[in-house]
Every structure is written in structure tokens, then in C-alpha cells.
Design a protein around this ligand. Structure first.
Ligand code: AKG
Length: 260
């Protein structure tokens, strides 16, 4: 499992969740999505394809948040997280991916860090720490298209021109090495945020992503305190290691910032 991920930058586990497990998550997440859409009506109508911070208190009550915390900290999920990030895996965030309202809106090839890093920094990031998406489609969907191996290698000329829209190319154009991974409710797709990928819109897609990272302060600084369980919540979790690690590294950072 680990070796395939290291080589390819992704890993697909079919039928990871059974119908009841999907339903339990879907009930909570559909409620989050309903409230988020209401609150972000203009953005949703114009262009949104994702939301984030599902475990925050803004839209879900404590009981609903507990369902998400229980799942994230389940041994079933954490045993895989530990295998892929062997040293102190940290919880980073959650995201939800859905279709744009406008059926003509096109998707876009990208590497996640390209929105906050220069091209030179993006190159350097390929040999730095990894952020990993654990994607759980809650309904059947067209899935994701990705370019295997690009979590470790820089873009070809074709990929760079399309991804960064250089020399007249557009970031939704086909790429020769693209691999389509169609997903069904209950599957688990794990992929590196660094790799070149794009979402495939269509059907009723509703994909819940949990992001984990290595204990890298430059990444952990983005964790919202409100997205984390309280000390009391932590006690009841089956395997709270990823939350514990994030909390520990965040408080060490805060202490260091105060002491300087
Ligand atoms: O599913 C999508 O729309 C894009 C997915 C993506 O870009 C991501 O998970 O980083």
C-alpha cells in the first residue's frame, strides 16, 4: 500500500465504507452543505465547487461534529493514515467538493500549493513535506483525473503550459498522461495535494475530503482552532493521534511565538 502511494502519489480502496457508514456521514454532511449553501448563496450560484472547515462550530452542532470526529479518529481510517505518514501524522482540515451550479463551468488542472507558492517554491515543495487528501465520495461521481507520479516530479512542458495557462493554453484542456479514477459512494481515494489533478464534475457529486499532513509548522499554521475537538471530546475518540499531534504542534508554535 505504502509503496504504491510513494511511487504513484495516489491509492484507491474500493468499498472502504459500507452503506450504513456512508449514510451516517452523508446525513451530517448534507446538513452542513444545506446551511453552507444558504449562507454563501451568491458565491455558490456564481462559481463555488468546494467548501471547508466542516468540523467547525459554525454550521454543525456538537452531536453532528462528533460523528465527523469519530470517523476521522476511527482506527479504520487512522491505521491507513499511520501507514502513509509514519511519523506523527497531523489533522489539517476537511473539505467538501460538489458540482458548480453552472453546468458549463469547466474544471482546472492544478497542484494544491500553486495558489500560495511561486513556481520555484512549487518545485521545492515536491521534495518537502506532503499533504494527503483522503477523499470519500458520499454519492457516485465521475471522480478525479490525476497524473500519476507528479507528486514527485515537475511538470512536462505540456503539463506546465496547461496548468498555468501559458502560451494560450487553458487549464481545462486534456493532458496526455491524465488518468481518470471514477468513484462510487463508499470508495476511498487517497492522493497527494502536490500532484497534478482536477475534479470531474457531473452526477450528484458530494465528496468529503479529510486532509492530513506531516508535523510541518508551515502547514500546521493553517489549522483552524475551531476545527479541532476539545480536550473532553478527545477522551472518547478511538484513535485521537492525528488531532493530538496537531494540537501539540500548534500549542508549541503559539508558545514559541509568545516567547519571542
Ligand atoms: O474535486 C475537485 O473539484 C477538485 C479536487 C481538488 O482539487 C482537491 O481536492 O484539491
Amino acid at each position: 500500500m505504502n509503496e504504491f502511494y510513494r511511487e504513484s502519489g495516489y491509492l484507491l480502496i474500493r468499498d472502504f465504507l459500507n452503506e450504513n457508514e456512508v449514510l451516517k456521514l452523508h446525513n451530517v454532511i448534507a446538513e452542513f452543505h444545506r446551511l453552507w449553501q444558504k449562507d454563501n448563496a451568491t458565491y455558490y450560484a456564481q462559481s463555488a465547487v468546494n467548501s471547508a472547515y466542516l468540523t467547525n462550530q459554525e454550521y454543525l452542532n456538537d452531536r453532528q461534529r462528533q460523528v465527523l470526529f469519530d470517523f476521522i479518529a476511527s482506527e479504520k481510517l487512522m491505521s491507513i493514515v499511520n501507514e502513509l505518514i509514519s511519523k506523527q501524522p497531523c489533522f489539517l482540515n476537511t473539505q467538501l467538493f460538489f458540482n458548480p451550479v453552472n453546468p458549463k463551468q469547466s474544471n482546472y488542472w492544478h497542484r494544491d500549493p500553486q495558489y500560495h507558492l511561486s513556481v520555484e517554491q512549487q518545485k521545492a515543495a515536491l521534495s518537502a513535506s506532503d499533504v494527503i487528501h483522503f477523499r470519500l465520495p458520499l454519492l457516485d461521481e465521475p471522480g478525479i483525473e490525476l497524473i500519476p507520479g507528479t507528486h514527485k516530479r515537475w511538470d512536462s512542458t505540456e503539463e506546465l503550459e496547461v496548468r498555468l495557462e501559458q502560451n494560450g493554453y487553458k487549464n481545462d484542456q486534456a493532458l496526455s498522461q491524465g488518468k481518470v479514477i471514477k468513484l462510487s459512494a463508499g470508495d476511498l481515494l487517497i492522493f497527494s495535494a502536490n500532484m497534478i489533478h482536477r475534479g470531474l464534475y457531473g452526477l450528484d457529486r458530494l465528496a468529503f475530503d479529510i486532509l492530513f499532513c506531516q508535523p510541518d509548522p508551515s502547514v500546521i499554521q493553517f489549522v483552524s482552532n475551531d476545527s479541532l475537538p476539545t480536550a473532553e471530546d478527545l477522551i472518547s475518540l478511538e484513535n485521537p493521534d492525528a488531532f493530538d499531534n496537531t494540537i501539540k504542534f500548534k500549542s508549541a508554535e503559539n508558545k514559541a511565538a509568545k516567547d519571542t
